[in-house]
Design a protein around this ligand. Structure first.
Ligand SMILES: *Cc1c(COP(=O)(O)O)cnc(C)c1O
Length: 360
């Protein structure tokens, strides 16, 4: 069996060695006679797996004891409602930055629970640039400021962390978590759906400053109440045990690669190669202002949309899969998360050059 290069935005490719280890441990996890999938979440074995995963994540990201790490369910989208339900407290409104489709979804959901101020929007630039911070209309009394450091669909990524003073900063890091070093002490809360850079879908990692716990609205569902989840070690109900275990294997793999510093260097190089190729070609184009181009998701268009189908067919035949762009933007998108080897990016560039030469 040969593995393809899977450029899917999510669920995304996982490190091959992680999948191999999971296969080896599938039927009998370390002499227990059972799969992790079959273990009680209350068993000593699973509790150890869970605690190791949390510890490795804390080490990788440099998360201090001032923060609770929660392994929740319902994907990143469930957090779009959990955040206002937990963090609005007695404040009347929250600030949101709109940089694309995932921001908009977070904004739409938050509006169900409170007053939302969109303090900056990338719309005027066609979502090709981050609005200048000097123009953000922030509210010093906001419950929090929410933004999306990397827009997975548009391929627009912040190259800085916004300064919000005493207003807690909340970030949807679904597609950028652990892809580069980041000062997590700047955030009140971050969350990341696992299926991009962490593991299987369904799981969502939430890292929340402990002083922000305990402010949930009375009507907040128990399963979305951070205090309850934290008090119960993310085991208020049966957690997504197998996904949690796999995330733990990914964290171990990341540490073996040299952690997020090493990953960041590799990711920057992978992304630069691909953007450099796109920029030197007159057949391919990427619309994002260079400074804000995503290291993780690289959308690109062909000079002639009528060739999209042939491009994708040829890519499939070479084992370069899932390059079709999101239905809302069209064109192509190559997601090159941590687990995408540099050789995959090289193979993609090689194919793109060949296609442009033959059909451009
Ligand atoms: C994928 C993604 C989501 C949605 O994640 P789900 O786990 O499907 O809910 C939200 N935000 C961003 C930035 C994403 O990339």
């Amino acid at each position: 069996m040969s593995r393809a290069y899977n450029f899917c935005a999510g669920p995304a490719t996982l490190p091959e060695s992680v999948l191999q280890q999971a296969r080896e441990e599938m039927l009998d996890w370390r002499g227990t006679g059972m799969s992790v999938m079959e273990m009680s979440h209350r068993s000593d074995e699973f509790v150890e797996i869970a605690e190791n995963a949390e510890q490795d994540l804390r080490e990788l990201a440099g998360i201090s004891d001032d923060y609770a790490v929660l392994f929740m369910q319902g994907g990143a989208s469930s957090q779009f409602s959990a955040i206002p339900l937990n963090l609005l407290g007695d404040k009347s409104s929250a600030d949101y930055v709109n940089t694309g489709i995932w921001s908009k979804k977070a904004i739409a959901e938050a509006k169900r629970f409170g007053d939302v101020q969109v303090v900056a929007s990338a719309e005027a630039s066609g979502f090709a640039s981050i609005p200048d911070v000097a123009d953000w209309q922030t509210n010093p009394d906001a419950a929090y400021l929410h933004y999306t450091p990397n827009e997975t669909i548009g391929g627009l990524e912040f190259d800085f962390i916004p300064e919000t003073g005493s207003v807690p900063l909340v970030a949807d890091m679904s597609s950028t978590m652990l892809s580069r070093p980041m000062d997590f002490s700047r955030f009140g809360l971050i969350y990341a759906g696992a299926q991009k850079n962490i593991g299987p879908s369904g799981l969502v990692v939430v890292i929340v400053r402990k002083d922000l716990l305990g402010k949930a609205r009375k009507e907040a569902p128990t399963m979305l109440n951070y205090q309850v989840i934290a008090d119960n070690g993310s085991m208020y109900n049966t957690p997504a045990t197998y996904s949690w275990y796999l995330a733990g294997l990914v964290f171990k793999w990341l540490k073996a690669q040299g952690g997020v510093e090493a990953m960041g260097r590799i990711n920057e190089r992978k992304a630069r190669k691909l953007y450099d190729f796109i920029d030197t070609s007159d057949f391919y184009a990427n619309p994002i202002e260079p400074r804000f181009r995503s290291w993780m998701n690289v959308p690109f268009t062909l000079a002639d949309d009528a060739l999209n189908g042939d491009f994708l067919k040829g890519a499939d035949a070479r084992g370069l899969l899932n390059l079709k762009g999101h239905r809302s933007v069209g064109g192509m998108r190559a997601s090159i998360y941590n687990a995408m080897p540099e050789a995959g990016v090289d193979a993609l560039i090689h194919y793109m050059a060949e296609f442009a030469k033959e059909r451009g």
